[in-house]
Design a binder for this molecule. Structure first.
Ligand SMILES: [Mg+2]
Length: 187
């Protein structure tokens, strides 16, 4: 992590499987995806567009410009997910820049909104299976999550937003996450 030539530089890059757009200046993912979704509508293509946002990047104004545009152009092929873990690099999102009540704000912008436990894979799968939530509206999933979920000493600790574990911490985290993965595979 954060090593020269590593794909895991701390922000999303196309070097990581499944990520199709570099972002990292906050508030770029949704505007880019809104444009891609609009292109699909113009070209009469059937693909859908997904973007994952942190709750700490929502104060960027570009998100709200995109939210307006996506609703205006009726982009029901667009799904945004907000990872609402209530923390960002400098502390609690509510203290840095409060965006609550979040669901009501997105609804007022013309989006269809569902809130789920983002640490529950079945709840997430059910939400994705229900897309689009309403014909003619972009969909937003507010995923309530615990930051650092599954690693006991990282959960809800802001400092691990950009922390580098020691060798011992890394091994402990790997053991705990392996146990979580095993229990998920057995269910
Ligand atoms: Mg966050």
């Amino acid at each position: 992590m954060c090593k020269y030539k590593s794909p895991y530089i701390g922000h999303p890059t196309r070097k990581v499987n499944g990520i199709e757009q570099n972002t990292g200046a906050l508030g770029h993912g949704l505007p880019i995806c809104t444009g891609i979704a609009l292109a699909a509508k113009i070209d009469k293509r059937s693909y859908r567009v997904f973007t994952l946002m942190g709750d700490g990047e929502l104060p960027e104004g570009s998100n709200w410009e995109a939210a307006l545009s996506a609703a205006h152009y009726k982009l029901d092929n667009l799904c945004a997910v907000v990872d609402k873990n209530t923390l960002q690099i400098t502390g609690a999102t509510a203290a840095v820049m409060n965006t609550d009540p979040l669901g009501e704000k997105w609804k007022a912008f013309g989006w269809s909104v569902k809130e789920v436990n983002g640490n529950d894979v079945d709840e997430l799968k059910a939400a994705f299976a229900a897309l689009p939530f309403e014909t003619g509206k972009p969909s937003l999933i507010i995923a309530h999550t615990t930051k650092g979920k599954g690693v006991s000493f990282m959960e809800n600790e802001t400092k691990w937003h950009h922390g580098v574990p020691s060798k011992e911490q890394y091994e402990q985290a790997q053991q705990e996450l392996d146990a979580v993965l095993e229990s998920l595979m057995n269910n």
